[in-house]
Design a protein around this ligand. Structure first.
Ligand code: FAD
Length: 475
């Protein structure tokens, strides 16, 4: 076996958790080695997640807008799309550009990037093998590193369900993002945020989409009245949403795939060009050799950490999709900075309450902190104040008046804001301000006194605070 190389801080995985941890650790004076098994940096988010999905959603919006300018008195000849060109643009101008940007950042911060697959040998040593060759660990291939501290940021992968093997016309979200053509018929199994976003994107691009969801509603983590705004728009796009439905089996030939599902025991089969399964993700923790360390996993295979990201092994930390909580890139960014800081002796800690949850549906949904129901579950007495986008001049001028903003605040003299929810145009962009409000423990008066420029989509935040103060302005 080759010599053991001594390292300072080692990070496994170059997704949002890993590359941001690398930057911050380097800024704080650590000598960083980043191990990534893929050829490109950026992880799921930049390569096959957040970024390409938003590019497809945007292409869908552009096509819809081009097709229907009549609201503004604009008439265009019927719009057409060359989907091959759309896919090329998504890959070369968006994904490749962003991933090479990460590569430049690694150079700028003097991060030593090592290509290969990391496997633990002990709490202080790991071996990096050429990707896909872990089975040859006993040979001389690969390098062994000993480290002072290590951050695990190996992310997650899509869950497969029985009778829906990912091959041919049955695809996971990665396959769904990279379809060679716009399907005429597209079946999406799983109406979580990934399924709903891509269902909406392909419907905007002209596909007839059917969502098959196992629970009683799509987007079950968001309040019912928010989801109903999205459902109304999906219906307008012609999307069929089938709930309480269990996906049973798929059968395919080279032209189509038949998908069978059951509702109340009654089976139905539909034919489609492609079937995408988005029923959740599993952490990449089972083939890391964690059994050779003191790191503990919970019953879902997620790594148990404290509020700085430290695992049960003193010098090993974990961030992003491998730890409990929402599987979101910005949560990974935040945890990465905390862990890198903690290794340098900083006292910062993660506060998961103010992590925004966002769905880039049409319209978008964003929530921060407690919903009304979650606050009640926690025994916090709350009130809510809601302002509709129909009363917001900017939303109306964008022809996007559907949806609302809601503040959730304590039912006492302080009226502290404990949660904020938006469903409407650019709700994702509002989430940053919502997070500041909840994170900084502002009360409704603080929000009401914060002057918002007019006409902007963030004004409903101030308007809701006015309502909470008993002094409504535009309702
Ligand atoms: P990952 O991004 O999964 O990166 C982990 C990296 O580790 C990978 O590059 C992998 O190759 C590498 N790796 C794994 N094992 C090893 C090993 N043994 N050795 C070396 N390298 C290894 N989140 C949002 O916040 N906003 C969105 O809009 C959004 N949209 C999404 C859309 C889709 C379709 C999907 C699938 C996800 C989306 N997400 C979104 C979620 C987001 O992509 C993840 O939460 C985020 O990528 C997690 O970051 P991470 O660093 O924990 O892991």
């Amino acid at each position: 076996m080759a010599d053991v190389e001594k390292k300072d801080t080692v990070i496994i995985g170059a997704g949002p958790g890993g590359y941001v941890a690398a930057i911050r650790a380097s800024e704080l004076g650590q000598k960083v080695t980043l191990i990534e098994k893929s050829d490109t940096l950026g992880g799921v988010c930049l390569n096959v997640g957040c970024v390409p999905s938003k590019a497809l959603i945007q292409a869908g919006h552009r096509l819809e807008q081009a097709e229907d300018g009549s609201t503004y008195g604009i008439s265009t000849k019927s719009a057409t799309i060359d989907f091959k060109k759309t896919q090329e643009w998504k890959q070369t101008k968006v994904v490749d550009r962003m991933t090479s940007g990460v590569q430049m950042l690694m150079k700028k911060h003097h991060v030593d990037v090592v290509n290969g697959e990391a496997v633990f040998l002990s709490d202080t040593q790991l071996r990096v093998m050429p990707t896909g060759e872990k089975q040859f660990m006993s040979t001389d291939t690969g390098q062994t590193f000993e480290y002072n501290n290590l951050i695990i940021a190996t992310g997650s992968h899509p869950i497969q369900i029985p009778n829906f093997k990912f091959e041919g016309r049955v695809v996971d979200s990665t396959g769904g993002l990279n379809l060679p053509e716009i399907p005429k018929e597209f079946v999406v199994i799983g109406g979580g945020y990934v399924g709903t976003e891509l269902a909406g994107a392909y419907a905007s691009l002209g596909a007839h989409v059917t969502i098959i969801e196992g629970t009683k509603s799509i987007l079950p983590n968001f309040a019912k009245d928010m989801v109903s705004v999205v459902l109304k728009k999906l219906k307008k796009k012609g999307v069929d949403v089938i709930t309480n439905a269990m996906a049973k089996k798929s059968e395919q030939d080279d032209k189509s795939v038949s998908v069978t599902y059951a509702v109340d025991g009654k089976e139905t089969t539909i034919k489609a060009d492609y079937c995408m399964v988005t029923v959740g993700r599993k952490p990449n923790t089972d083939t890391l050799g964690l059994e050779y360390t003191k790191v503990k996993l919970n019953d879902r295979g997620l790594i148990e950490v404290d509020n700085q990201g430290r695992t049960a092994s003193e010098h090993i930390w974990a961030v992003g999709d491998v730890v409990p909580g929402a599987a979101l890139a910005h949560k990974a960014f935040a945890e990465a900075k905390t862990a890198a800081g903690a290794i340098s002796g900083e006292k910062t800690a993660n506060d998961w309450l103010s992590v925004p949850a966002v769905c880039f549906s049409d319209p978008e949904i964003a929530t921060v902190g407690y919903s009304e129901a979650a606050a009640k579950d926690k025994g916090i007495k709350v009130k809510t104040a809601k302002f509709p986008f129909a009363g917001n001049a900017r939303a109306v001028s964008l022809d996007a008046p559907d949806g609302f903003f809601r503040l959730i605040y304590t039912d006492d003299d302080n009226k502290n804001v404990v949660g904020a929810e938006a469903v409407g145009p650019e709700a994702s962009t509002m989430a940053g301000e919502m997070s500041i409000i909840v994170n900084d423990g502002m009360n409704v008066e603080d929000v009401a006194l914060t002057i918002h420029p007019h006409p902007t989509l963030n004004e409903p935040i101030q308007e809701s605070a006015d309502i909470a103060m008993g002094l409504p302005t535009h309702v």
